[in-house]
Write a protein that binds this ligand. Structure first.
Ligand code: CA
Length: 240
């Protein structure tokens, strides 16, 4: 299986800085998006530290004389890197970041997430959300305490229940996937999914457009819808 990838990150229209970050290594089959929080400087540090640590650890995967690093270990190490950095500085105290990552190895893939950045797959023209948000409203929807419409209007929809770097330990979700030729994966921050509905994202992803301009179209659509937050989208396409 061959993979191609592209990504765009954008400040949006309302925020003074961009606290999102992404990482791509087609060679190593690593793709990730992080959405930092904790105030401008701290959020940027948290998300870029997460990307750097994850890339560093996962790129040594399978290298000669190096033990393989799995996703869970990489997440734990990135978490500790952010957490200990925050402990050393008052200004960075409480910083954290979301994470959504896709790791591919020929026809197998693992998607992992912490927080409310999402991973989707478009297969045969149908969009499916793979990850489950670690957010207060998602938990309440799952427990039957509110429906999707109420969740949309909730003043607490920004509250995430897991993040990288805010505590000494974190548990990511990991989804194991079989890849088929033609699969298209979207990793994105909530700046995209808050502005665009899943059916709209699906219709954009079905366009016959190369990956980079497709990322640009998604980001432009989110900005047209208000651009209230930083927007990051990363696309990965599998081909036989
Ligand atoms: Ca965000």
């Amino acid at each position: 299986m061959h993979y191609a990838a592209a990504a765009v990150t954008d400040r949006g229209l309302k925020r003074p800085s961009n606290e999102d970050a992404f990482g791509i290594s087609v060679e190593h089959g690593i793709f990730l998006v992080c959405d930092g929080m904790g105030g401008a400087a701290a959020g940027e540090i948290a998300s870029s530290l997460a990307v750097r640590e994850m890339m560093r650890l996962l790129c040594t995967r399978g290298a000669a004389n190096q033990p393989p690093v799995d996703a869970e270990q990489a997440v734990a190490a990135a978490n500790m890197a952010i957490y200990s950095r925050a402990q050393r500085s008052q200004k960075l105290s409480g910083m954290g970041t979301t994470l959504v990552a896709l790791l591919v190895e020929d026809r197998r893939a693992w998607m992992t997430n912490v927080g409310d950045s999402r991973g989707y797959r478009l297969r045969d023209g149908r969009l499916q959300q793979i990850t489950v948000d670690h957010s207060l409203v998602e938990e309440q929807v799952r427990m039957g305490q509110m429906d999707r419409q109420e969740a949309e209007r909730s003043p607490f929809k920004n509250v995430i229940t897991r993040a990288l770097g805010t505590q000494s330990c974190v548990t990511p979700d990991i989804f194991e996937l079989e890849i088929e030729p033609g699969d298209l994966f979207l990793l994105c921050s909530d700046g995209l999914t808050r502005e665009l509905s899943d059916p709209l994202i699906e219709s954009l992803l079905r366009l016959d457009v190369p990956l980079q301009p497709l990322c640009e179209r998604l980001v432009a659509a989110a900005n047209n819808a208000g651009g209230h937050d930083n927007i990051t989208c990363l696309l990965v396409r599998a081909a036989a």
